[in-house]
Design a binder for this molecule. Structure first.
Ligand code: PHE
Ligand code: CO
Length: 274
């Protein structure tokens, strides 16, 4: 668990200067390489709004984005900004930033020999994965509401429960797209391997989004997912989350067992395996 106090050099809200000037040529080249690899495979796989966000925010202009410039663009579109933090921050700090339309991002980038795997989110995951959709008003509203919902969940002792929703939407969500599926979760779109696996591999289950089902389903953080949840649209996701009162749902779920990963439950709407 992270310390409750910010480390030396960080402000009381845990933010640090990005020090964009200090990135090396190798670090910028690492971003460019990761960007090029994803840009090659994503256009046919990701929700169109993600590609529009990349474009509108100029994330492919070369090199690690300067958070000041990026935030200026984002603020003009949806009022969000991007701030740097030293690593994982306490949940309450994270929620507080989201509730104020600030996305917290790591400033470090993975080393060239870690292109496919790293344990902590770096600037590529945080910015390439999470920020493009913040240019979309419905998604921007969802993330702010999630922050507010997190602060509320903390008071209700339900923070761990709510985290399942974040995991299965913001990090690993899929969306129905005509007869097919598209990616939108940041954990998938920033991963070269999982971008293909999530849509093309027959192994994982793809289950229609249901709030209670998602909140009850376990998750693992150390491998590709073995079940994904599929939303209909961001508007539909907003309707089922932002417009719902979670307090009675937390109470109702407290006495129910959690659901194991990759086990079909009665009532699941399953998408056919590819
Ligand atoms: N509406 C939820 C609540 O009552 C909060 C929430 C909104 C959670 C949007 C996630 C996303 O707590
Ligand atoms: Co993430």
């Amino acid at each position: 668990m992270p310390e409750e106090r910010p480390p030396a050099g960080a402000a009381s809200d845990w933010t640090i200067p990005q020090r964009w000037q200090d990135y090396s040529a190798v670090e910028h080249a690492t971003w460019d390489l990761l960007y090029a690899r994803q840009f090659e495979q994503l256009p046919a796989r990701v929700v169109p709004a993600f590609l529009e966000g990349l474009q509108q925010l100029g994330l492919g202009e070369g090199g690690i984005p300067d958070f000041e410039l990026l935030s200026a663009r984002l603020r003009g579109l949806t009022g969000w900004s991007v701030v740097a933090v030293p690593g994982l921050v306490p949940e309450a700090v994270f929620f507080e930033h989201l509730a104020r339309r600030r996305f917290v991002a790591g400033r470090f980038i993975r080393r060239p020999e870690q292109l496919d795997y790293l344990q902590e989110p770096d600037v590529f995951h945080d910015v390439f994965g999470h920020v493009p959709l913040l240019a979309l008003p419905a998604y921007a509203d969802y993330m702010q509401a999630y922050g507010e919902g997190g602060l509320r969940a903390a008071h209700l002792g339900a923070m761990q429960r709510l985290a399942h929703l974040y995991w299965y939407t913001v990090e690993f969500g899929l969306m129905r797209h005509g007869d097919g599926l598209r990616l939108f979760g940041a954990g998938i779109v920033s991963s070269h391997g999982e971008s293909a696996y999530a849509l093309d591999d027959p192994a994982p289950l793809r289950i229609g989004f249901d709030l209670r089902r998602v909140l009850r389903t376990e998750y693992r953080i150390d491998s590709y997912q073995r079940n994904y949840f599929v939303i209909e649209s961001f508007e539909d996701l907003l309707r089922q989350t932002l417009e719902a009162d979670f307090a009675p749902i937390y109470a109702e779920l407290a006495s129910l067992p959690s659901l194991p990963i990759a086990v079909v439950q009665p009532g699941d709407r399953l998408y056919p395996r590819p």
